[in-house]
Design a protein around this ligand. Structure first.
Ligand code: BGC
Length: 347
């Protein structure tokens, strides 16, 4: 079978999705239309001859999801005729800050930044703003005050993590026992949270459980592990949890698929069976996780649309290069992935 990239696979739908994202956001209460964007002569000239340079800072190349995202982004920016350089922040804010400074010295036309620490976003803006270089923040949502402080020159492209959390909860509510395998009236779970500073980790943790409670369910959290989005760490923690709590655990919530894949290894090693005596959900719809959903090894996952987000980020960069108006926020929808629709997401 011919292997195709996730980008090629979803390209057609993403173009439609991104177009919607670029227009639909105007109606969002949190978005502020950029009424005027200063169009520098240099930027306009760059757009005309397609020679703009874009500097991309990714928080960490080793992240599975950001690996897909960055490949998409590179493809779209190159398709637009731009010169692209992508740097690995190696999960270290000082390293990333140095990379940003180097991009500024090189005089890039636009920066696309996936911050290592969301709390450093204001410092990043303060470093960049004297040069007037526009910034497209991606994946890790900074405070609105940060975007406001560099109005018309700074935007955020992402997905609303509350939606993904709600979908994780709904995936459990849609199971035969609605998450209560032992029928004691309580959904007993463990949570693999992800980087605690990341709003995706915070909202997914909160809204997955809120979905259960809003449906009138009682819940019992045995333990919340951080696991920093990492497969191996989650594998170890879930193995420990399974030996400590055993059958008490009815649901394993993982806030990304990397952690869910680690959790699945430990679930299988412990002789437990997803869909029978335990449930497991993730987020991202990584290829391996989608296959596990199809095979019944995961209860479900949630598509974190890297293609849609990369397309929107590239489009936003293009608007800056051209000196066109740019919104403050661009949102891309999540999609619930279950056994019923998973085949649509297999690559
Ligand atoms: C993804 C995670 C990823 C994180 C990086 C999240 O949106 O779901 O898989 O590790 O972004 O910031």
């Amino acid at each position: 079978m011919k292997m195709i990239s996730r980008r090629d696979f979803l390209k057609a739908s993403a173009v439609v999705g991104a177009a919607a994202a670029m227009t639909a956001c105007g109606g969002s209460s949190s978005s502020t239309a950029a009424s005027s964007v200063a169009s520098s002569t240099a930027a306009s000239a760059a757009a005309t001859n397609g020679s703009a340079t874009v500097g991309v800072c990714i928080y960490q190349f080793a992240d599975n999801f950001m690996t897909l995202y960055r490949a998409d982004l590179e493809g779209y920016l190159k398709d637009m005729g731009y010169a692209v350089t992508i740097m690995d922040g190696k999960n270290d804010q000082n390293t990333q800050t140095e990379q940003i400074n180097t991009f500024l010295q090189q005089g890039v036309d636009v920066l696309i930044i996936n911050p290592v620490q969301t709390t450093s976003a204001q410092t990043i803006v303060d470093t960049v703003s004297p040069s007037g270089t526009p910034i497209v923040f991606i994946n890790r949502e900074p405070d609105k005050s940060v975007l406001d402080s560099y109005a018309d020159k700074c935007c955020y492209v992402g997905a609303d993590a509350r939606q993904s959390g709600t979908y994780q909860g709904e995936l459990i509510l849609e199971t035969e026992t609605q998450g209560d395998i032992n029928g004691d009236g309580v959904i007993t779970y463990i949570m693999c949270k992800g980087d605690p500073e990341n709003i995706d980790a915070q909202y997914r943790t909160e809204y997955s459980i809120k979905a259960l409670e809003d449906a009138g369910k009682k819940v019992n959290c045995l333990y919340e592990y951080l696991d920093n989005w990492d497969q191996t760490t989650a594998q170890q923690d879930v193995a420990n949890a399974l030996s400590q709590y055993g059958d008490q655990i009815e649901v394993v919530f993982c806030n990304n698929d990397a952690m869910a894949l680690g959790a699945l290894q430990s679930i299988q090693q412990a002789g437990r069976t997803v869909g029978k005596d335990i449930y497991l959900v993730g987020v991202d719809a990584l290829a391996e996780a989608v296959q596990d959903v199809l095979d019944g090894n995961m209860t479900g996952t949630v598509l974190n649309d890297d293609v849609g987000q990369a397309t929107a980020a590239a489009e936003a960069a293009k608007l800056y290069v051209e000196g066109s108006a740019v919104e403050q926020y661009y949102w891309v929808d999540y999609v619930k992935v279950t056994k019923d629709n998973a085949s649509e997401y297999v690559k």
